[in-house]
Design a protein around this ligand. Sequence first.
Ligand code: SF4
Ligand code: SF4
Length: 297
Amino acid sequence: MKEIVVISGKGGTGKTSIVASFAALAGKAILADCDVDAADLHLVLNPVIERREDFSGGKKASIIEENCIGCDRCIEECRFDAISYPDSGKADTPRVNHIFCEGCGVCFRVCPADAISFEPAVNGEWYVSSTMYGPMVHARLGMAEGNSGKLVSQIRQEARSIAEKENLDYIIVDGSPGVGCPVISSITGADLVLVITEPTLSGRHDLLRVAELTSFFRIPTIVCVNKWDLNADITGQIEQEAREHNVRPAGRVRYDTSVTGAQIAGTSIIAFADGDVSRDIRNLWNSVVTTLDGGAA
Ligand code: SF4
Ligand code: SF4
């Protein structure tokens, strides 16, 4: 079993469309949507939810009104300004704003009246679903909720356990964009990272940032320039710089309006059209498989 993580320096590079197409091509595979802050693989693959679990990213404080003696210690000690009196003023008890609460537990420790509860908070849900291309693990994080890195780890762990149980060949991960905590959680320990980028100056810059990250974690990395024909010169420069950073260009995918057509139809490009862009993606997948098998396509 091999795990490939598809990432991009930023959102909107066409990463999810390529992951959905890989799902159509891979055969015995499980999908993991680890782009939890902007999950959209479910829009293309129409999963049917079979199992649903709560996700807790940490604890949050709440004030137990009947115990509160109004000493204000919690307000003074909270470094995140998460506790304040409601607009009705001091006649009321203080309240915790859960959007600002970072779950540090200081208020719980300093309260002299046992008036603060500090319990695991439900920040979202994760799901095991079935799709036309195999099982999929995905999630929904509550609005303004953090700790998406922990949720990403949970999704990957669940996908791995299902892949082992069902003897699947591939785990295909739609990774988080950027270079922050969620993307680090998406890539650590993976067999291969595929970076999807665009032929723009920011695409070139993003690739270099991502390449530094994957090189730090020593994960073999390949790159694909999506919509490469929109600027062949920059595509060439990106591929050249990629090689200089030990990132092998693994394929190019051309611009094609059928990609948008597939998104609107809620399906993969492979299922939607059998044109040049589908061939580009098939070639890219073949290159991924060859790389995972230890060769250089
Ligand atoms: S747990 Fe920490 S961040 Fe949250 S309200 Fe208490 S002191 Fe503030
Ligand atoms: S520290 Fe405890 S008793 Fe004091 S205001 Fe806060 S919740 Fe109330």
